[in-house]
Design a protein around this ligand. Structure first.
Ligand code: SD4
Length: 311
């Protein structure tokens, strides 16, 4: 028996994104529309890690990654996309209007423009400009956990936290179940601040930053993308659910795999998975304390602190 609709998304920005998704889900709408609308809310906000207002790469350019997937294995993705406000909507167009799954860089931008998306000016938001100027003083790319930030503010592990001392949120990944029992998901990010030019993380990669199997469940990831890709993170979590593990335990199993692979280096990285199964049961697990996810159903709307390997 299906207990939808349910929508969950990463970090505290997820609370606002879920509201966007709920405008669709709460009216009996389609899950794909919901997960697109939901993360567009975050793409419209000015923050460190999503949309055009986010932190740039080390050469000073904001490059965006996003993907979307439905319950029938339809999927679309864009990566290394510049000057387009809503990469998630371009990803959906790639899925619906091209024979491909993924477009990157200039080609993705060209496609977006041909679909009527506006080419925005190449400029940094005032916040991003400030962070970039600070970063340039040392030019050191070293994504690390800042325990103080994590513990005090409940936020993630990346360079911007260490530079500014505070930040609002991270990559947004969203997975949902609609009233028709269909699963879907979306994920959108500017990637890690001050990354090498051309670097892609997990977020635009189907199976890494997001995976949906309509018969089983859906999962999205946040954190150090390189280590999510290594274990085909979101796909692995869905496979664990297929084997019978509940969403939380499925997430935990894949986090354990990363912990084992990384050895001592695991102390320096954060990864979190967030999953839902086809019955609307949700769960999450992170390497370190501090990851929270937002949930919205007919009866609940809250931010939940996920369990973690290190407490
Ligand atoms: C990346 N996974 O590009 C993204 C970053 C992220 O929370 O999730 N930040 O590696």
């Amino acid at each position: 028996k299906v207990s939808g609709p349910v929508v969950i998304s990463t970090w505290d920005a997820g609370l606002r994104a879920n509201k966007g998704a709920w405008e669709v889900l709460g009216n009996g709408g389609n899950v794909l529309d919901a997960v697109e609308k939901g993360v567009m809310v975050t793409e419209n906000e000015i923050n460190c890690c999503v949309g055009l207002g986010a932190n740039p790469d080390r050469d000073g350019f904001v490059t965006l990654d996003a993907c979307i997937m439905d319950h029938k294995f339809n999927c679309g993705s864009v990566a290394f996309l510049e000057r387009i406000k809503h990469p998630i909507s371009v990803a959906r167009k790639v899925m619906e209007k091209t024979p491909h799954v993924m477009l990157v860089g200039d080609g993705a931008q060209q496609f977006a423009v041909s679909e009527g998306f506006t080419l925005e000016p190449q400029e940094l938001s005032p916040d991003a400009k400030k962070s970039y100027e600070k970063w340039l003083q040392n030019s050191k790319y070293e994504p690390q956990i800042n325990r103080e930030n994590i513990e005090n503010k409940g936020h993630g592990p990346f360079a911007p936290a260490q530079i500014d001392g505070e930040w609002n949120h991270d990559t947004i990944g969203m997975v949902a179940l609609d009233a028709h029992g269909h699963l879907g998901g979306s994920c959108t990010t500017s990637g890690m601040g001050f990354k090498m030019r051309g670097r892609l993380g997990d977020s635009p990669i189907i199976g890494a930053g997001l995976y949906v199997d309509g018969e089983v469940g859906a999962c999205t990831a946040t954190g150090q993308g390189e280590d999510v890709i290594r274990v085909a993170g979101s796909h692995s979590v869905v496979e664990m659910m297929r084997q019978g593990f509940g969403p939380e335990l499925a997430c935990q199993k894949v986090i354990e795999r990363i912990v084992k692979i990384k050895g001592d280096d695991v102390k320096k990285i954060q990864v979190a998975f967030l999953a839902i199964n086809k019955n609307g049961v949700v769960g999450a697990f992170a390497i370190h304390k501090g990851f929270s996810y937002a949930i919205k159903t007919n009866t609940t709307e809250e931010l939940i602190a996920a369990k973690s390997w290190f407490s």
